[in-house]
Design a protein around this ligand. Structure first.
Ligand code: ACO
Length: 448
């Protein structure tokens, strides 16, 4: 099979959200800390009737319907999530209900978990399967679904929630350049969830930022080396049209792109212009550690990067800024933003993708885009995603209500024997929701 990649996409996110400027006010932090300091506009979260399973069910059902895919044509389904609902039973098995009902139980794949990286692992598994000798000619399906919630404190505004479903197969408008792919994997305690009784992570915010940037440097270096070895010519940022990043919050994306600009200066890439060399050259004498700590470098590189950021990164930031960190779904929601913003003009473009999961695991890979033929065309994908409408029809909650909800969810996490309010007035028709959890922890869902 040729040009294996993403044929179709759908995104679902809870309509419940809170504006970051209102949260700033409520939390009593300085004005602009979340909106400018973190670069976030709004944050989505699950109400008590939604969770990662219901979001996955909604995204998958909607994808199958809107692209008119026969559920029997799915041969592999992989789920990426770091929201643990059961330590044994995979989220994938919950989603099987959709396929069982249509008489298809012959579907390989389970869940992949490592912080925000599980979605990328799931995606690679599906792409690799289609490219392998065990491929049976059917589609792969990737589901990334997460609800990111943090304890009260500085990390809370970096929560978010959402699910992205992607159909995988050959002759895709979004094709993998599978030979160019570089990873950086190491052991770190930057963000982890050791307390199995709590949904909240333990997080060392500053360390997680540095780990993210170190992994980015390492992946970019590896990507360039692999590209150069195979292509025989140098790779630099000028060879890519767009850059899409895992987005815990937008400020880190701004810093990441600036870091790549600095990396190109440091490796003396031929595409770097004189002005960038002049402004960033002096910093190339810093050692690794110093360079991650230098505020002057951070400022200078962001300034140099700004025009290119607006062109190559900004179109892929809309959804993460509006929803917050969707963990495994974050990178793919960012990519969906790019399709939404640039759909018809993406033909022939190369998109760089950077996936990061704390702990830590990271990969940089690239995609080659072509318009394709409906229903698997970029134009149709943008139409199905229907992002503007989904963002417009949300319900904003007061901060007091949000905090109350967080308390309810803390109490319910890992619990049994409860019935939800079943209030679905805020949900669009077709949305799955949680109705109750019985005395044996079994979860039940219904469709609005
Ligand atoms: N106006 C404008 N900017 C402001 C204001 C203001 N009033 N107040 C603060 N800022 C800026 C700060 O200068 C800082 O910007 P900088 O990074 O460019 O210096 C930024 O806002 C954040 O402020 P800090 O005081 O550094 O933030 P704090 O320590 O309160 O927490 C953090 C931020 C660490 C990101 C926290 O939210 C967190 O731990 N989040 C979860 C971890 C995370 O997402 N890590 C990313 C990778 S791992 C993953 O994906 C989960």
């Amino acid at each position: 099979p040729q040009n294996v990649g993403i044929l179709a996409m759908e995104i679902y996110f809870p309509p419940t959200c809170i504006q970051q400027d209102i949260l700033e006010n409520f939390d009593g932090v300085s004005k602009g800390k979340y909106t400018i300091g973190l670069g976030q506009d709004c944050m989505a979260f699950c109400s008590e009737v939604e969770d990662v399973i219901s979001m996955g069910l909604t995204a998958v059902t909607s994808l199958l319907e809107k692209y008119e895919i026969d559920p029997k044509k799915i041969g592999r389904m992989e789920v990426g999530s770091e929201t643990v609902i059961d330590k044994s039973k995979s989220i994938k098995t919950f989603l099987m209900k959709i396929f069982e009902d249509c008489g298809n139980t012959d579907i390989e794949g389970v869940d992949s978990t490592n912080a925000c990286y599980g979605g990328t692992a799931a995606l690679f598994n599906c792409v690799n399967w289609v490219e392998s000798s065990s491929w049976d000619g059917r589609y792969g399906l990737v589901v990334t679904t997460d609800s990111a919630v943090y304890a009260e404190g500085p990390a809370r505004p970096t929560g978010g929630a959402g699910a992205v479903a992607m159909l995988i197969g050959p002759d895709a408008p979004i094709a993998f350049e599978s030979k160019f792919r570089a990873s950086h994997m190491a052991h770190a305690y930057d963000f982890y969830k050791p307390d199995l009784a709590s949904e909240y992570p333990v997080v060392d915010g500053k360390l997680s930022q540095t780990c993210y940037l170190m992994a980015l440097d390492s992946c970019y270096k590896g990507y360039c080396q692999k590209y150069e070895k195979l292509q025989g010519n140098q790779f630099s940022m000028a060879d890519a049209d767009y850059f899409v990043f895992h987005s815990p919050y937008n400020k880190l994306v701004q810093k990441s792109f600036a870091r790549l600009v600095f990396d190109d200066v440091a490796r003396n890439a031929s595409s770097v212009d004189e002005s960038a060399k002049e402004k960033l050259g002096p910093f190339t004498s810093l050692n690794g550690d110093e360079s991650y700590q230098s505020r002057d470098l951070e400022k200078a590189s962001q300034q140099v990067a700004k025009p290119e950021y607006d062109k190559k990164v900004q179109p892929g930031t809309l959804i993460p800024k509006q929803l917050g960190n969707m963990y495994t779904a974050s990178l793919y929601a960012a990519f969906a933003s790019l399709i939404h913003n640039k759909s018809s003009s993406l033909d022939g473009k190369r998109v760089m993708m950077f996936s990061y999961g704390s702990g830590l695991t990271a990969t940089m890979f690239s995609l080659r885009l072509t318009e394709g033929k409906a229903p698997f065309s970029l134009t149709n994908i943008a139409k199905v995603l229907n992002i503007e409408h989904k963002l417009k029809t949300r319900t904003e909650l007061e901060p007091e209500k949000f905090v109350d909800l967080m308390h309810v969810m803390e109490h319910r996490y890992g619990g049994k024997d409860y019935v939800t309010s079943k209030d679905t007035s805020h949900l669009a028709s077709g949305t799955y929701y949680l109705t109750h959890v019985d005395s044996k922890y079994r979860r039940y869902y219904a469709k609005k």
